[in-house]
Design a protein around this ligand. Structure first.
Ligand SMILES: [Zn+2]
Length: 315
């Protein structure tokens, strides 16, 4: 009698595993590879994908000593990223940079080899290594910081290389420059510049041509500092023509990035001026219009309300 019971349990488990893997396969977003330069690519959601899809854009940069990735999408996309890399080169993935901690940018870190050199801003490491991760704002109830994926045995995936304001990797035509200019989307956002390609991954400091999500609640982002940080990046980075945005599924230009700073800072100035003159957040929102020169940038009611409220709260 024991044997049939055992078999039926095995059957149930295998059926439920099949259901899970089918669900995972069905919810899988198609990805599209864009060549940026001879050795640089952007792995984005395919144009048909609506919403979050596989998460943020991944940069793939091939050096003579290995492959550098910037951001690893949401959890479960490690094999998809590796498959795309294998279509380009047989070299191992040697370095992974996360622009920030969020679940849709560091989700698949733990699906790569733990011999990879993981690199983040020092504030991002502090979010990844938090003792508790119970904000519940991320994917399927996980935390937005993705810190639960680095617990237990996976603590070996916590980045061992950090920086505070600026650092460079490799040299010559392989040089990669990492910049930090202050709080914004989170308090640990890195701009990654591929020098020879004249290209930059902005992470979610420029996710798409629209008002940003500002994570002031979980990772010490700031609506007020976001504008200043963009201005510092525009003034402090030279030699970039092409932008790999955090989420937009096409490449953008340096001019788009400069205009993004102008667009955001126009709203910041209008809000601060209105609030200082005694307007309520609702009155600031009512009075706001997108300047003609920034008409390519999307302003949703919800993002506008959240941004103005954060500014009003001094956050
Ligand atoms: Zn983010």
């Amino acid at each position: 009698m024991r044997r049939p019971i055992f078999l039926s349990i095995v059957t149930i488990i295998s059926v439920s595993l099949m259901v899970v893997s089918n669900e995972a396969r069905q919810s899988r977003a198609s990805l599209a590879l864009h060549q940026v330069d001879e050795n640089l690519y952007m792995l984005a959601n395919a144009p048909s994908v609506q919403g979050m899809g596989g998460g943020g854009n991944t940069a793939i940069f091939v050096t003579s000593s290995g492959v550098v990735l910037v951001d690893t999408k949401i959890s479960g996309y490690g094999a998809d990223i590796l498959e795309q890399v294998r279509g380009i080169t047989d070299l191992p993935i040697s370095t992974i940079i996360n622009t920030h901690t969020h679940w849709d940018h560091s989700g698949s870190n733990v699906e790569f080899s733990d011999s990879v050199n993981f690199i983040v801003h020092e504030n991002t490491l502090s979010h990844m290594s938090r003792p508790t991760c119970n904000d519940g704002a991320g994917y399927r109830g996980g935390s937005i910081t993705n810190c639960e994926s680095f617990k237990g045995d996976n603590s070996k995936y916590l980045p061992k290389t950090t920086f505070s304001t600026r650092t460079s990797l490799f040299s010559g035509i392989e040089q990669v420059d990492l910049y930090y200019f202050g709080r914004g989307h989170t308090d640990g956002d890195t701009f990654v510049v591929f020098k020879e390609a004249r290209a930059m991954h902005t992470g979610d400091m420029f996710a798409r041509r629209g008002l940003p999500y500002l994570d002031v609640d979980n990772t010490n982002g700031s609506a007020i500092e976001f504008g200043l940080t963009l201005e510092k990046a525009v003034a402090g980075i030279a030699g970039v023509d092409i932008i790999i945005p955090g989420h937009d599924n096409i490449l953008r230009t340096w001019d788009d990035f400069v205009n993004y700073s102008g667009f955001y800072n126009d709203l910041l100035t209008k809000a601060q001026t209105g609030l200082a003159a005694g307007q309520s957040p609702e009155e600031v929102i009512e009075a706001y219009t997108v300047p003609q020169r920034y008409s390519d940038f999307e302003v949703t009611e919800q993002r506008l309300a959240a941004t103005v409220q954060h500014i009003s709260d001094g956050r």
